[in-house]
Write a protein that binds this ligand. Structure first.
Ligand SMILES: Cc1cc2nc3c(=O)[nH]c(=O)nc-3n(C[C@H](O)[C@H](O)[C@H](O)COP(=O)(O)O)c2cc1C
Length: 309
């Protein structure tokens, strides 16, 4: 089974990915959070620079609904040596959707079809797609799949929720099951694999699917992939060492405590779930105004609490 790390805007940038690869590994493909600027911003550029991603297989992801924008970004990526790019057709966030991008594009299959036709005519790179199953209702999937089936996608990653779900409700395994039977593409499943049991349930239900992508599960439990692949138990020592790598990584590239703390606090929204009695510590982590204060809370959490993963 191939396991991919999901793109997570604000969280799975190169600092996190690099530390992850060094401490845990076991990820077959990483994806960048979406790149959306026709001319890459310096933050986006840093994220895809090959020297920031050594030893990892990385697929940059593009968020666009105009072929011209997509092609401009793809051209920059080609110059860095990338062979494949991923198109984001799943982002549910309001600002993205109202501009008809991400999962907002799914409402317009005809326009999407024309967009893909132009990409496949002009893009020098292979293109994969990460998609939801519709904008409002799962019945939209059939038409969307017909569009995808017209093009030679490198792979199709399906997160079987509609945009309206955001991250609520449960993935629609019925629609994924239909796609698994009828879609012509090499499929990757994505959604709600957060424990080894979730993984076991998925592989038992879909033994023919050879690829899964995991996002929040890794941020809740960074040791998840080892637990899945080697039945290894997570330890506080390895999690703390990884945490320190991520913290130091941010401190080295971001200016000032504030920016680093912002990043770390975003991660703790998920990571706190790995510990007993996390609520009190979470509050203190949120309040921490300096890296020193933050470190003190994190150290006491690791010392005083147990893992529940
Ligand atoms: C904070 C956050 C940021 C995300 N950023 C992206 C993104 O940049 N590109 C993308 O395709 N999906 C993004 N996603 C969606 C995830 O890649 C993934 O599809 C979703 O979380 C479901 O998988 P999971 O249940 O394994 O987390 C994001 C999700 C979250 C929660």
């Amino acid at each position: 089974m191939l396991i991919y790390m999901a793109p997570m805007e604000g969280m799975s940038g190169y600092v996190f990915r690099r530390a992850y690869h060094r401490r845990f590994g076991g990820i077959d493909r990483y994806f960048t959070p979406f790149l959306a600027n026709k001319k890459l911003s310096s933050r986006e550029r840093n994220d895809i620079l090959p020297e920031h991603n050594e030893g990892m297989e990385l697929v940059p992801q593009i968020l666009a609904n105009r072929a011209e924008d997509f092609l401009a970004i793809a051209k920059e990526l080609a110059a860095f040596g990338y062979k494949t790019v991923n198109l984001n057709l799943g982002c549910p966030s309001g600002t993205v959707v109202t501009r008809g991008r991400g999962a907002g594009f799914l409402e317009f299959p005809n326009r999407m079809d024309m967009f893909l036709a132009e990409l496949f005519e002009k893009c020098p790179l292979q293109i994969s797609v990460k998609t939801r199953i519709g904008k409002d209702v799962p019945e939209e999937w059939e038409e969307l799949q017909q569009v995808y089936d017209k093009y030679p996608l490198e792979e199709l990653i399906i997160h079987p929720r509609v945009q309206r779900d955001y991250y609520k409700n449960t993935p629609n395994m019925e629609v994924f099951g239909q796609a698994a039977i009828s879609c012509r593409h090499s499929l990757c499943y994505n959604g709600d694999i957060c424990t080894p049991q979730d993984y076991a349930d998925f592989t038992a239900a879909f033994p023919q699917i050879g690829k899964v992508m995991i996002g929040r599960g890794i941020f809740k439990n960074p040791a998840l992939i080892g637990m899945i692949r080697r039945q290894a138990q997570a330890t506080k020592e390895e999690l703390l060492a990884f945490h320190q790598d991520v913290l130091e990584g941010y401190l080295a590239v971001l200016s000032g405590d504030k920016n680093t703390l912002f990043k770390m606090k975003e991660w703790w929204v998920y990571f706190a779930e790995a510990f007993t009695n996390a609520a009190t510590y979470s509050k203190k982590i949120k309040k921490a105004g300096t890296v020193r204060e933050y470190q003190t809370v994190v150290e006491s959490l690791f010392r005083e609490q147990e893992l529940v993963i």
